[in-house]
Design a protein around this ligand. Structure first.
Ligand code: PGA
Length: 251
């Protein structure tokens, strides 16, 4: 389970094993011990073992950015939940918009990945979010609902303790354009109502809802203060230990 307010860094295709070691050597002394349990980092999978070594029990959570649903076999280039866990991951990011839009991952594939990760014992940060075109067409709520409902499928939702949802409007990722705190609140309330539909009002609160998209030290505090925002998923600004630590200190 992820403890809110969650501050998660998604490094994307950055920081190999050496840069990962340097990053954590710089980050750890900047983070007071009591907040380390709410911090998570998603390095490239080749850097997980280096991250685990550098963290040496510091309490920061590690996750993979992507995985495949099969446990093993002839799937060149893929990694399974079990391999990710062996390398140090306790979390998995699933359905990131770059996976969906650059690599053609479908709602169903994202859902299969999420279920395989959860069944193996990982906690999943499941990403949802609309494109600019979809927002302008007034379809943002519908798109996010479709993405989330694919995860629920016909068999019902996963355990709430094994899940966090990240709302990442595609138009705000890496663009410098952030959703306003009010935009984030509107969508987070919508996601909360989807969660309540399946978990009931009480248990829905066990699933943290993170906001992501051009979060920086300059706008993190107001986004964290927005009602319904239980944490942040940070790309670019998580690559530098100084700015990432600054954001972690605001939670
Ligand atoms: P960004 O990326 O903070 O660089 O916009 C966020 C993400 O894609 O998770």
């Amino acid at each position: 389970m992820l403890r809110a307010p969650v501050i998660a860094g998604n490094w994307k295709l950055n920081h190999g094993p050496s840069a990962t070691t340097e990053f954590f050597e710089s980050l750890i002394p900047r983070l007071p011990e009591e907040i380390r349990g709410t911090v998570a980092v998603f390095p490239p999978s080749v850097s997980l073992s280096a991250a685990k070594r550098a963290l040496a029990g510091a309490g920061i959570r590690l996750g993979v950015q992507n995985l495949y649903w099969e446990p093993s076999g002839a799937f060149t280039g893929e990694i399974s939940p079990a391999l990710a866990m062996d390398a140090g991951a306790t979390l998995a990011l699933v359905g990131h918009s770059e996976r969906r839009h650059l690599f053609g991952e479908t709602d169903r594939e994202a859902a299969r990945k999420a279920w395989a990760a959860i069944e193996a014992g990982l906690t999943v940060v499941f990403c949802v979010g609309e494109t600019l075109e979809e927002r302008d067409a007034g379809r943002a709520f519908e798109v996010v609902e479709r993405q989330f409902e694919a995860l629920v499928g016909e068999d019902g939702p996963p355990s709430p303790e094994a899940l966090a949802v990240a709302y990442e409007p595609v138009w705000a990722i890496g663009t410098g354009r952030t959703a306003s705190p009010a935009d984030a609140t509107d969508m987070h309330r919508h996601i909360h109502s989807l969660l309540s539909r399946h978990y009931g009002a009480g248990n829905a609160g066990l699933v943290p809802i993170l906001y992501g998209g051009s979060v920086k030290p300059e706008n993190a505090a107001e986004l964290l203060a927005a009602p319904g925002v239980d944490g942040l998923l940070i790309g670019g600004a998580s690559l530098d230990p100084v700015s990432f630590a600054a954001i972690c200190g605001m939670a």
